[in-house]
Design a protein around this ligand. Structure first.
Ligand code: AMP
Length: 185
């Protein structure tokens, strides 16, 4: 099963991706986690990505496409994968389509997790206190939501046109939301 989790920052993609990964025993690939780990280790990728991430800006498409291509080449993705945080631009989505065609591993479902803006702002502010992420400052949060609307939200239509889009209301308990996800798969 090859899935994409789509949604604004704070929608719960990571939480649901984790649950799905356990249920279906396939890896959750979070590009944000991959980048944060590179930043933490101080690798060249991490040093390049940090400036973008701290501002809430997107890391360049070529870099991200390279990361995902490499990650999908690993054996643990053979039975399927869950992408969380990728693609985030139309260029990334097109590259992923080409990649999955090449590898004959079509994307089967794109789950769009929908949460009202006000709730997102509350959740992200709460997460800042819990996790202390550099990009959960007020300014970076506002900017990330703006970037989502401009660069990532167009993917909703992109995948709807391909007949892959499944929309989920992302408000409620983690279990309730997981049930809704399970129903559309
Ligand atoms: P996330 O944990 O998914 O919210 O990602 C945190 C940050 O990592 C984002 O604000 C971006 O700076 C960067 N990032 C993660 N995934 C991508 C992507 N697919 N394209 C560009 N930047 C990304």
């Amino acid at each position: 099963m090859n899935l994409i989790l789509l949604g604004p920052p704070g929608a719960g993609k990571g939480t649901q991706g984790h649950r799905l990964s356990e249920r279906y025993n396939i890896p959750e690939i979070s590009t944000g986690d991959i980048l944060r780990s590179a930043v933490h280790k101080g690798t060249p990728l991490g040093r390049e990505a940090k400036n973008y991430m701290d501002r809430g800006a997107l890391v360049p498409d070529e870099v991200m496409i390279g990361i995902v291509r490499e990650r999908l080449a690993q054996d643990d993705t053979e039975r399927g994968f869950i992408l969380d945080g990728f693609p985030r631009t139309v260029a990334q989505a097109e590259a992923l389509s080409r990649l999955s065609e090449e590898q004959q591993r079509p994307i089967e479902h794109v789950i769009s997790i929908e949460v009202p803006q006000e709730e997102l702002l509350q959740r992200l502010a709460g997460r800042r206190q819990l996790e202390g992420r550099q990009d959960d400052t007020d300014e970076a949060i506002r900017y990330r939501l703006e970037v989502y609307e401009r660069e990532t939200a167009p993917l909703i239509d992109y995948y709807r046109r391909q007949g892959l889009l499944r929309c989920i209301v992302g408000v409620g308990t983690i279990d309730e939301i997981f049930q809704r996800v399970a129903v559309v798969l």
